[in-house]
Each structure stands twice: as structure tokens, then as C-alpha cells.
Design a protein around this ligand. Structure first.
Ligand code: ADP
Ligand code: MG
Length: 450
């Protein structure tokens, strides 16, 4: 399950949010996840519920449910990975569908945070926003289908849900179905297997608003394309609104049937671009307010400068700063924010000098830079000398002759040293571990076992 999550979120989000989560087991048909505090719990509810449900579905759960439990601080600290049930175990038997969910009424799955009110409009997304609003105001009439495309984390899902909320509020009788292409595909496969294709069809062809997310995943899935084609036609012909999202425009979706592609182009195609600096700051501000956190403008600006392309990452960075300052009990400041983000961004700023490497290697082997650079030929000196040359070559931009000069040797000696270490590493676990340890240290990472 975590493997699935990992594929779908940034490294930053993964380390900030998912790595600390403890799977606690299955309770009353619902997967119970332990989280650190109620803030994290709300954050998961607002941001990652759909993703986690999709992860469970990908493992075969048909109607997965997830609940969160705040762990007492001590238990959190004491829980060891070995105490936990295997996280990948899919809940079985299939979880019952919650009683409130009538088929075709999927508005429960709309993320309550993804509304128009919570959507910051900027030059990067104003066309998509205007189109979504127009569609929400006159579904089936303005643009059908509405096709929104853009890179990951730029607000496509948010806009789709916003239309859903808007409609649900004004017309409580309208049937709204939000589905990821992946879920649509899986449900179709299950329906075929269980001989329930009629139910499947009825369900999707009887809605007033169909939101299909990440439609690029239809590529190469012929049976699903066929089924979706008929769903599309049925809805379109009865003037029901369809909104599709994708990471690219229809013409760039490979192996999409021509008849589907042309249908996707019938309505309006609009894109979302990466947000400008001001929009990023505004989004951070709104997020902070939403979470009732008061953060100085200059800190928000610093975060907005660090994270430039992806709004999900932007929010992740904000939360990292929040988590960092609350865990360390320090107020928000530029310095704190830099520190909180330093492991994640700007690793390229860690500039390594030849002398740094030499010193670290010498210390590791219990000798001194001078001895290593000297003339000694004893093994205790030759090995660290070769390791130092190897790491300098790897971690700096210096050429072989420059490294040679630094050691008072010529470049062929350095070349020999490097190939020697390269050869030895796979055969000598101790050497491999030492090199890895030194490498991590030099790159400013925690001491990690190789
Ligand atoms: P996509 O579907 O394009 O990958 P999402 O809709 O999941 O992106 O958006 C990622 C995150 O960024 C969500 O938490 C969403 O609320 C937030 N977000 C995206 N665009 C905006 C915006 N214009 N204003 C506020 N939040 C936004
Ligand atoms: Mg999305």
C-alpha cells in the first residue's frame, strides 16, 4: 500500500506525512491508521483519503474504508515496525459499502476542502477556473465535455470537485459521480468478472455530472475505452455534464481511440499552468488560514521561492515548516523555514572541497591528511588514500590531473586508485559500508548504514 502511495506523492510529502503513519490493523471492516496528532489526522482526511482508498482498491479491496486514530505520544515513540501488522495486507473479506452511499451518489467522496472558495485564482489557472464555474452554473449547456489538463499537483482534481460541490449544494437531487480512471477501470474489470456489467452501466449512465480524473490512464486499455465511449455517448446525448482531467491534451494521449479523442475535443479544452510567485504565496496564505496557523509573510514568501512547480509540494513544504517549528517549539522565522526545508531542497548547495573529503577519510581511518598524502606504502595508508581519491572524484568536479596534483601524484595513479576501489566495493562489504558512510556524511545526510 505504501508502495502505491509512494508512486503518487512527492518524496517530500512521503517523508513528511506517510513515513510516520502506523497501520494498526483492520477494525470493523475499516483500515485503522495511527497518526501523531489531530492536526495530522485532519490533514490526511483533507488531502490523502482518496489516495489511500485508491491504494487499497489497487490491492483488491472493493469498498475500502479508512479511519484514523491519534496515537498517544508514548505509544507513537515505542511502536516498532516489527510490532505492526504487515502494511500491505489487503483488508479481507471485502469491506461493506457504507449504508449512506446510494449508487450514483458519490458526493461523499468529494473532498470538502476542494471548493471554489478554497481555490486561488491566478493567471496560471484563470481560464480553467472560469470554464469550471461556467459548467457548474449551467451543466450540460456551457461546455461539454470540459477537458482540463495540466501537470500533476496543479489543481485539476480540486476544480473538478469544486464543480461537484457547487452542483450538490444548489441541486441536492442531482446525481454526481467522481471517479478516477483507475477506479473506473477496476470497477469495470470486477463487473465483467462478476457478470454485473448491466449494473455498472446503469450506475454511470444515470448521473447528471460525471467527473473522470486522470483520463490519460485510458491509454492502451481497449475494453475500458470501449465502455467509456458508450458511457460518454449516453450522457452526452441526454445533456449530462462530463468533466475530464488529464496530464496532457487529448491529442497527446497515445493509443487513445480516435473516436474518443474526437469526443474529448468536442467541448472545451483548457489547461492549468504552474502558478506564479504571487499565486503561490496566496495559496500558502489561504492554506495557513484554513489550518488556523499564523505565519509571517516573509516565511510564506521564502517557501514560495523554494517550491515553484507543484502546489501539492508547496503545501507539503508549508506543513514541513509547521511540523518542524512545532516539534522543536520554535516560532516561525526565515531561518527555521530554511532549516526545515534544507534536507529537501537545495542539496546542490552542499559544496564539497577536496580537503574536506581528505579530512573525513583520514578521521575515519584514524590517520591524518598528511600521512595519507605522504609517501607511505603500507596497506593502512594505501586504502584510505585510494578511498579519498575515489570519493573526491565522485563528489567534486575536479579532474584526474587536479586530484593527482593534490596528492602529489600523477593522474594515472588516481585512475588506478579509482578502479581499484570500484572493483573492491562489490567484494568487500566493509569497504562498501565505509564509503557509503563517508559519502553520506559529506553530503550532509544523517549517518546511514550502507
Ligand atoms: P492535480 O489533480 O492537478 O494533480 P490537485 O487538484 O490534487 O492537483 O491539487 C493538489 C493540491 O493543491 C490540492 O491540495 C489542492 O487543494 C491544491 N491546489 C491546487 N490548486 C490550487 C489553487 N489554485 N488554490 C488553492 N489550492 C490549490
Ligand atoms: Mg488529480
Amino acid at each position: 500500500m505504501l508502495a502505491y502511495v509512494r508512486k503518487n506523492v512527492s518524496d517530500l510529502e512521503y517523508t513528511t506525512w506517510f513515513a510516520p503513519v502506523k497501520p494498526l490493523g483492520v477494525q470493523e471492516g475499516s483500515l485503522l491508521l495511527g497518526v501523531r496528532n489531530s492536526f495530522t489526522k485532519d490533514w490526511f482526511r483533507d488531502h490523502y483519503l482518496e489516495l489511500l482508498l485508491a491504494a487499497l482498491r489497487s490491492l483488491g479491496a472493493e469498498q475500502p474504508q479508512i479511519s484514523f486514530q491519534v496515537l498517544p505520544a508514548a505509544q507513537d515513540a515505542l511502536l516498532l515496525p516489527s510490532d505492526l501488522p504487515p502494511p500491505a495486507a489487503p483488508p479481507s473479506p471485502p469491506l461493506p459499502r457504507s449504508p449512506a452511499a446510494a449508487p450514483g451518489d458519490n458526493r461523499r467522496t468529494l473532498n470538502p476542502k476542494y471548493t471554489f472558495e478554497n481555490f486561488v485564482v491566478g493567471p496560471n489557472n484563470n481560464l480553467a477556473h472560469a470554464a469550471a464555474l461556467a459548467v457548474a452554473e449551467s451543466p450540460g449547456k456551457a461546455y461539454n465535455p470540459l477537458f482540463i489538463y495540466g501537470d500533476v499537483g496543479l489543481g485539476k482534481t480540486h476544480l473538478m470537485h469544486a464543480v461537484g460541490h457547487y452542483l450538490a449544494e444548489r441541486f441536492p437531487d442531482k446525481r454526481i459521480e467522481y471517479v478516477s480512471t483507475e477506479t473506473f477501470t477496476n470497477e469495470l474489470i470486477n463487473a465483467i468478472r462478476e457478470d454485473k456489467t448491466t449494473q455498472f452501466r446503469n450506475r454511470y449512465r444515470s448521473v447528471d455530472l460525471l467527473l473522470v480524473d486522470d483520463i490519460q490512464f485510458l491509454a492502451g486499455k481497449e475494453r475500458t475505452q470501449e465502455e467509456f465511449f458508450h458511457t460518454f455517448n449516453a450522457l452526452y446525448e441526454s445533456n449530462k455534464q462530463i468533466i475530464l482531467s488529464s496530464d496532457r491534451p487529448p491529442k497527446d494521449i497515445q493509443t487513445l481511440e480516435g473516436r474518443l479523442r474526437s469526443r474529448f475535443e468536442w467541448g472545451l479544452i483548457t489547461d492549468i499552468q504552474s502558478p506564479e510567485f504571487e499565486t503561490r504565496v496566496a495559496i500558502l496564505k489561504m492554506n495557513a488560514e484554513h489550518n488556523r496557523i499564523s505565519i509571517p509573510q516573509e516565511v510564506l514568501e521564502l517557501i514560495a521561492r523554494q517550491v515553484t512547480s507543484n502546489i501539492r509540494e508547496l503545501e507539503g513544504a508549508l506543513m514541513r515548516v509547521v511540523a518542524f517549528s512545532s516539534l522543536n517549539n520554535v516560532p516561525f522565522s526565515r531561518a527555521v523555514a530554511m532549516k526545515a526545508l534544507s534536507n529537501v531542497f537545495a542539496p546542490q548547495e552542499v559544496k564539497v572541497e577536496m580537503m574536506d573529503v581528505l579530512r573525513q577519510v583520514a578521521a575515519q581511518y584514524g590517520t591524518t591528511p598528511d600521512v595519507i598524502r605522504g609517501v607511505g606504502r603500507a596497506r593502512e595508508i594505501v586504502v584510505p588514500r585510494q578511498v579519498a581519491q575515489y570519493l573526491i572524484r565522485e563528489l567534486t568536479d575536479h579532474s584526474l590531473p587536479e586530484i593527482g596534483q593534490f596528492f602529489g601524484r600523477d593522474h594515472s595513479t588516481v585512475m588506478h586508485a579509482i578502479s581499484k576501489v570500484t572493483e573492491q566495493i562489490p567484494k568487500d562489504p566493509e569497504l562498501a559500508a565505509t564509503v557509503q558512510l563517508l559519502r553520506n556524511r559529506m553530503q550532509g545526510k544523517e549517518d546511514e548504514e550502507a
